[in-house]
Design a protein around this ligand. Structure first.
Ligand SMILES: NC(=O)c1ccc[n+]([C@@H]2O[C@H](COP(=O)([O-])OP(=O)(O)OC[C@H]3O[C@@H](n4cnc5c(N)ncnc54)[C@H](OP(=O)(O)O)[C@@H]3O)[C@@H](O)[C@H]2O)c1
Length: 253
């Protein structure tokens, strides 16, 4: 690895680090040299898979458990993170999805998805980002989605939340770029995780999806590692406010 991607001595906070994409992002950041603070709703205080992988890379790991659907818990989380020391990299990845046609999409579904995927991410970014602005350095990375660009099917709250994440990425980037803080997002394509299990369980949807992907396969969580390290490192110091698709070519089609 060349030095421009080196994250030695940096501390990265990764939400949703217990499984799926966040787990792979945490592993990639640790592989590039970062210590990791993992956050998720059910994260084990000791012995988690993400802890195992980060320690295997020779880096330090700290586990924090918080429900991103609970605004008061997100404020506590921000305080707990800040108390640990300076944060160099904040990966806002934890997210949820609720599938139901728009006409049956309940207030509860809508509110929960918007809270977890958008509002909690704003609160955390504001609280941690403020300290980055004060220090004149930092990297904020959101996990956006193809539904930051498209409407999707039967996931109106999710599409709205991820379109909101794209807007939030640009809004924060505009304010913080001049202060040495890079704010960007990664838009994963169709990645085989728990989030997309329902799609892969539906043979017609699964086939339709893979047929449309130029790369000819579903993505794997570790396909996101390179883009994560790029946006976390000095290699992206002049990259601000982008939503980077990692989608096997889906959006280009
Ligand atoms: N898979 C895809 O194809 C795809 C595509 C585009 C974007 N994304 C986005 O990528 C991100 C990660 O998704 P994934 O596919 O890795 O899904 P996943 O396997 O379901 O993992 C979701 C992670 O987010 C955490 N999380 C969910 N709700 C939470 C809450 N209320 N409080 C705290 N943590 C919470 C989970 O915590 P626990 O493990 O503790 O339950 C888990 O670690 C999400 O933002 C998702 O929208 C995924």
């Amino acid at each position: 690895m060349t030095s421009m991607f080196d994250l030695s001595g940096r501390t990265a906070v990764v939400t949703g680090a217990r499984r799926g994409i966040g787990l792979a992002m945490a592993e990639a950041l640790a592989g590039a040299g970062a210590d990791v603070v993992g956050v998720s709703a059910q994260l084990e205080s000791n012995g988690s898979e993400v802890e195992r992988r980060v320690r295997a890379a020779g880096r330090r790991f700290t586990a924090l458990r918080a429900d991103l659907a609970d605004r008061a818990a997100v404020h506590r989380l921000a305080r707990d993170i800040t108390a640990l020391g300076p944060v160099d990299i904040l990966v806002n990845n934890g997210g949820t999805i609720a599938r139901a046609p728009a006409a049956e999409h309940s207030d509860e579904m809508w509110d929960r998805v918007i809270e977890v995927n958008l509002s909690s991410q704003f609160v955390l970014s504001r609280e941690i980002g403020r300290t980055m602005v004060e220090r004149g350095q930092g990297k904020v990375i959101f996990t956006a989605s193809l539904l930051s660009f498209q409407g999707g099917i039967t996931v109106p709250g999710y599409a709205a939340s991820k379109s909101g994440v794209a807007g939030l990425t640009r809004a924060l980037a505009n304010e913080w770029a001049a202060h040495g803080v890079n704010v960007n997002a990664i838009a994963p394509g169709y990645i085989a995780t728990d989030n997309t299990q329902a799609l892969r369980d539906d043979p017609d949807r699964a086939q339709a999806i893979v047929t449309r992907i130029p790369a000819g396969r579903w993505g794997r969580a570790d396909d996101l590692g390179g883009a994560t390290v790029f946006l976390a490192s000095a290699a992206s110091d002049y990259v601000n406010g982008i939503v980077l698709p990692v989608d096997g070519g889906w959006l280009g089609r």
